[in-house]
Design a protein around this ligand. Sequence first.
Ligand SMILES: Cc1cc2nc3c(=O)[nH]c(=O)nc-3n(C[C@H](O)[C@H](O)[C@H](O)COP(=O)(O)OP(=O)(O)OC[C@H]3O[C@@H](n4cnc5c(N)ncnc54)[C@H](O)[C@@H]3O)c2cc1C
Length: 303
Amino acid sequence: MHDVLIIGAGPAGLSAARWCDELGLDTLVLEQAEAVGGQLVSVHNPINNYLGLHAENGPELCERFVEQTEGSEFDLWTNVEIESVDLKARRVTLKSGEQLQSIAIIIATGLRRRRLGIPGEMEFAGRGLIESGAHDRDQFAGKDVCVIGGGDAAAENALLLAEVCPTVTLVHRRRKLRARREFTEALPTNHCVTVFPESIVRRIIGGDWVEAVEIERAGAIKPFQMAVQGVLIRIGFEPNTDLFQGQIELDERSFAIVGSQQETSVANVFAIGDVANPLAPTIAGAVGSGATAAKVIGSRLGR
Ligand SMILES: Cc1cc2nc3c(=O)[nH]c(=O)nc-3n(C[C@H](O)[C@H](O)[C@H](O)COP(=O)(O)OP(=O)(O)OC[C@H]3O[C@@H](n4cnc5c(N)ncnc54)[C@H](O)[C@@H]3O)c2cc1C
């Protein structure tokens, strides 16, 4: 029996764990990935909007977070697979069969990239699917690529790839891009980038490697195939709340609904960070909400 079980070791979960430790709460953090850090692991841009710290990228900030938890007494298990959670009973069952029980549960499971759900999307992982325009630039230099999405991430990645790729086709389903002006102004002036609005990629095609995408354009009689050797998908994020469906109140996009103390609709079950923050997901917000939940639990347990 633990005082607190924290699910997820991104900035929110690590902050909550640090605070729980400071308050003398017996705390166990469960992380499904091999390493902690959550989304920070894939942030390649400098982070200069987290007050008090500048980091060249997410992994560097993550390293500082980890340094600051060294010497703490909370337990952290990585590579953990959770089978099910009974929030009312505050019981977590692992795939291994082990059951864990606590007085409070903190959900800090963050977000995952949304998938298109089209043929080829999973099959070509590592064989032509681009994880990141910044990180994989060298591997895709000289190749024709397709970027799918219409927001900041899609536009920024299209521009990054256009620095090394002969052609970049940006395919998005709306009439107008949702990306910020800095990007929408830069795209038409870049001779390597072609934008296909009101278009949908129906499948990714290839053999050992991606060879083409099949695109359906508004007004066109039938879909057509475009030869590419790389595809990058950036169509937004969705919350990791599958484990909690039907147990706590979620909004229409499946984000956890919490009150000002980060408590969910189930007593002593809290949700912190991006998973409970559909409008303004930030590192600062994640770290702050972790502190709030830990302090509320601490005060209820007389610490
Ligand atoms: C490219 C990019 C750039 C960004 N730049 C900035 C920036 O400049 N400034 C800023 O403030 N924010 C930035 N962000 C956002 C910031 O990274 C997030 O707001 C922050 O990481 C949220 O932290 P979190 O702990 O709530 O969630 P996450 O970072 O998503 O962490 C959640 C953790 O929970 C784990 N998890 C999920 N499900 C389970 C499960 N079932 N069992 C166990 N563990 C689970 C995940 O593996 C993960 O480790 C950026 C994000 C991206 C992707």
